[in-house]
Design a protein around this ligand. Structure first.
Ligand code: PFF
Length: 444
């Protein structure tokens, strides 16, 4: 059971903001917009919200229940409820944390760099070309190291003084900035074409399995599911916490910010006539098109651009913290390391693992696919099977601190049947696609 010295959140708000901080990140602003652009706007948004509610929400609650029940980091928590065989799944979670943070730090480094550029010099005529200079090489690596150093420092500071304090300070600011930007976007001449693209569904894309697969991957990535991040954060909670309510708040905030980010990105792009680039969207879309938009807006573009990248940096930081915390908590619980040592050693290893992603956006894209399509969706599948079929009485565990919730049995049913069937269906397509991408990388 929990050691006497295990840290706890100091307040409910602290936990909720830290968990929302984990969920809201590059996934909401960078990944969501480029996937929505690629997959026909609203068609994607509809699927994404549906998958989030029917599949994401039950898995999120499952993670919170296991983490809070065990009061341990993922490997030990799964062992606690499932015996030694389930430790392996915890190990896969930790490996996923390593892998995701290794390239997440690189993209976060880009956002820091862009924020500094817009602050100090602004984007000039060749805004689009900047991406090529910034995205790879020593430049990218340097900012990745810088971002990782800050992340390591915060996680080393502890659950209360490091993670919780950062979230309490930064998350409200992020909400205000993104909401402010969305309001500003309504004033742009020509914004309506952006709203039209974003909010009307391209019916030809509906019911295409790849939209469903991207929506599922995005739902898991955006909610930080399938790798024990929410599980780890919940392990610092007391048994009086109402987990169903917390999971609803986390989902609500995450979807709201992603949706709002779309209300910023699409009007901006369309108002400035850059929509031709939207269709050809790739990993770099946001980092190529938006700086161009900011450059064309002149002085206002500097302010708006800075606000935008500041929000991205904040989102990235609070998410990276949760990724590192999965690894750090496991090293503390499993190896008996001090928090500072765990943060420094694992953080440095992850930074170095990011080297290939810092030198090639193709590598980065493939690692992103591996992490999402295999680790997060596979991890979510295994966890739902575990809680649905193997864990003894998860409903009793969920009920602690949450009496009279009518949907616990629906929750268990979803975890047992709907979630696994859906995830197997998605993995059926996602695994060969990922394999193809990996082979493509080695062939090139
Ligand atoms: N949810 C984060 C985002 O949307 O950017 C990314 C993430 C964080 C994924 C933590 C997984 C995770 F465990």
């Amino acid at each position: 059971m929990a050691s006497a010295a295990r840290e706890q959140w100091s307040s409910r708000t602290g936990f909720v903001l830290a968990a929302v901080g984990s969920a809201v990140g590059l996934g909401n602003m960078w990944r969501f917009s480029y996937l929505a652009a690629e997959n026909g706007g609203a068609a994607f948004v509809i699927f994404y919200v549906g998958v989030t509610l029917v599949v994401g929400l039950p898995v999120l609650l499952a993670e919170l229940v296991v983490g809070r029940g065990a009061q341990q980091s993922p490997i030990r928590a799964l062992q606690h409820f499932g015996g030694p065989r389930w430790k392996l799944l915890g190990g896969v979670f930790v490996a996923a944390g390593f892998l995701i943070l290794s390239y997440y730090g690189v993209i976060a480094g880009w956002t820091v760099r862009y924020g500094l550029i817009v602050l100090t010099e602004g984007f000039g005529a060749h805004a689009a070309d900047r991406f090529g200079e910034i995205a790879t090489g020593w430049d990218a690596f340097g900012f990745h190291v810088l971002f990782m150093a800050v992340t390591i420092g915060i996680v080393a500071g502890g659950v209360k003084r490091g993670i919780e304090r950062t979230a309490m300070l930064l998350m409200p600011a992020l909400f205000v900035i993104v909401a402010g930007l969305a309001v500003y976007a309504t004033t742009l001449h020509g914004a309506s074409a952006g709203y039209a693209y974003y909010l009307s569904a391209d019916v030809s894309k509906l019911l295409h399995w790849s939209v469903l697969k991207d929506a599922a991957g995005q739902a898991f990535f955006s909610l930080s599911l399938g790798m024990g991040a929410m599980l780890t954060f919940a392990s610092y909670l007391g048994r009086d916490q109402h987990l169903p309510n917390e999971s609803l708040i986390i989902v609500g905030a995450d979807v709201a910010i992603a949706f709002l980010a779309g209300l910023v990105v699409f009007p901006l792009i369309f108002a400035l006539g850059l929509e031709a680039r939207v269709e050809a969207s790739t990993v770099g879309a946001l980092f190529i098109t938006l700086p161009q938009a900011f450059a064309e807006m002149g002085g206002v573009g500097r302010v708006v651009g800075f606000a935008f990248f500041a929000a991205l940096v904040v989102g990235a930081l609070t998410s990276a913290i949760s990724l590192l915390e999965v690894v750090v908590a496991s090293a503390i619980d499993g190896l008996g390391w001090s928090r500072r040592r765990a943060a420094l050693v694992s953080g440095t290893a992850i930074t170095l693992l990011g080297t290939p992603s810092a030198w090639s956006t193709d590598v980065l894209g493939v690692v992103d696919q591996i992490a999402n399509n295999l680790f997060l969706l596979g991890g979510g599948l295994a966890l739902s099977v575990f809680v649905g079929w193997f864990m003894r009485d998860p409903v009793a565990e969920a009920r602690a601190g949450a009496h009279g919730v009518p949907w616990f049995f629906l929750w268990r049913w979803l975890l047992r049947f709907a979630v696994p069937i859906f995830l197997i269906f998605v993995l059926w397509f996602a695994v060969p696609e990922t394999w193809h991408a990996i082979r493509g990388l080695f062939a090139s």
